[in-house]
Design a protein around this ligand. Structure first.
Ligand code: AMX
Length: 386
């Protein structure tokens, strides 16, 4: 059987040809109009990116999973109150020392071959993420009293992640994490972690530095950190309301959050205008495996109440829950209660999607990304305003 790399290489020439032809025949077609609101509104909805997906190979990753000693040392030296996402970003940045792509570039390698090195780097990074994450977890939440066990080369990627965190004896939790890792890799190109990785990669910066940029974006509370924020907020709600989990008490709490100028974490989305399908997949899992968990019941109650409150509030374009409204409740059920670690798990999964794209970017020779910027004075002139 062919390896993933060979499969990709075999498909590449036809894809390059397809894009060449598409651009030759349709290159001057107008695909979008841009309003001034979009310019000031975070480029929301402007059609300007291309994004694709590839699959993964657990076995190959297990073989590449060993960490260089200096990365272990770096992580071990991080103070426990440095957020795990910052530690993850540091560790991935440090992996750049062994970057095959940067070395190949320095040797003057032909740009047609860039993707092959980026592929190797991406596979190496993904392979090492569970060990890095587990190291951070043991250091921060177990006071470094334990270290992650070795990767088992005959086991799948997610089993090894769960096992290294210390939950390997729980088959149901491992199954949950297989779902989790699959769901969180899924994305389109415009979200911050995907776009940041793609943008930085477009400068031919290494896959390590590109991914670290994506992780830095994922660490924001409006993006991946929302999974941590969501569970913290649910717990705070429970502590505040006490035993009265009536619809009225919860609705009042939702309003108190909104009226104090905060968002409802886990609700809303820049692109989706319905309940996030990844939320529903997690809900299906919860209904099957933990229907009586009190936190799941609270999450379900919110699902019923929050869209109405957000609609009345009248701001958010999408009043429905996203992926982050649900994941924390599943993790806490199986004993992974350290919310500060949640976005790291998101990151491990997201790395697969965004690095796959960086490989494709280099294989298709995408250029450096460079939108044009104007001052407000220039925009005023452009739209003919006074
Ligand atoms: N609670 C309160 N207000 C919200 C809201 C929410 N959950 N979602 C959106 N709004 C507000 C926005 O803050 C904005 O207010 P403003 O006009 O005063 O600035 C207004 O509604 C319009 O926003 P929008 O166009 O609907 O969304 P957006 O594209 O600007 O932002 C998102 C999208 C996800 C950042 C936003 O919905 C939000 O902050 N949600 C809560 C945080 C969250 O769950 N993030 C995770 C998203 C999924 C992910 O990336 N992992």
């Amino acid at each position: 059987p062919k390896t993933l790399k060979e499969t990709f290489a075999a498909k590449l020439p036809a894809e390059v040809e397809r894009i060449k032809k598409l651009r030759k025949v349709h290159g001057s077609k107008i695909v979008d109009e841009v309003t001034l609101d979009q310019v000031y509104g975070g480029a929301r909805g402007i059609k300007s990116l291309v994004w694709e997906q590839v699959r993964m190979l657990s076995e190959d990753w297990a073989a590449r999973s060993d960490l260089p000693g200096y990365v272990v040392e770096l992580v071990d030296r991080c103070p426990p109150d440095l957020h795990p996402m910052a530690q993850l970003s540091l560790a991935v940045t440090a992996l750049e020392r062994d970057c095959a792509f940067a070395k190949a570039y320095a040797r003057g390698t032909n740009k047609k071959e860039y993707w092959e090195y980026v592929f190797e780097d991406s596979m190496n990074i993904i392979a090492k993420l569970p060990t890095i994450a587990a190291r951070i977890y043991h250091n921060v939440f177990r006071e470094g009293r334990s270290v992650p066990v070795a990767v088992q080369k005959d086991k799948d990627f997610t089993f090894n992640l769960v096992n290294q965190l210390g939950f390997g004896n729980n088959e149901e939790f491992t199954e949950l994490m297989r779902l989790y890792i699959t769901l969180h890799a899924d994305h389109e190109g415009g979200n911050v972690s995907a776009h940041a990785t793609h943008l930085v990669g477009s400068t031919l910066s290494s896959p390590m530095l590109s991914l670290a940029s994506g992780f830095n974006g994922l660490a924001g509370p409006l993006h991946g950190l929302a999974n941590q924020e969501s569970l913290n907020w649910l717990q705070k709600m429970k502590a505040t309301i006490g035993d009265d989990l009536s619809d009225k008490a919860i609705t009042d709490y939702l309003w108190s959050t909104l009226n104090s100028g905060q968002v409802l974490p886990g609700y809303g989305h820049s692109v989706l205008r319905q309940t996030d399908p990844r939320y529903l997949a997690q809900r299906t899992f919860a209904l099957r495996h933990l229907p009586n968990d009190p936190m799941f019941k609270l999450v379900s109650q919110l699902y019923k109440l929050a869209p109405e409150v957000l609609t009345q509030h009248g701001k958010t374009k999408n009043p429905y829950p996203n992926i982050d409204a649900h994941s924390g409740v599943l993790l806490q059920h199986y004993g992974l209660r350290e919310t500060r670690f949640y976005t790291v798990l998101f990151g491990i999964s997201r790395a697969m999607g965004v690095l796959a794209q960086v490989i494709i970017d280099r294989a298709l020779g995408f250029p450096i990304e460079r939108p044009k910027s104007y001052s407000t004075d220039a925009w005023v002139g452009f739209v003919g305003a006074k």
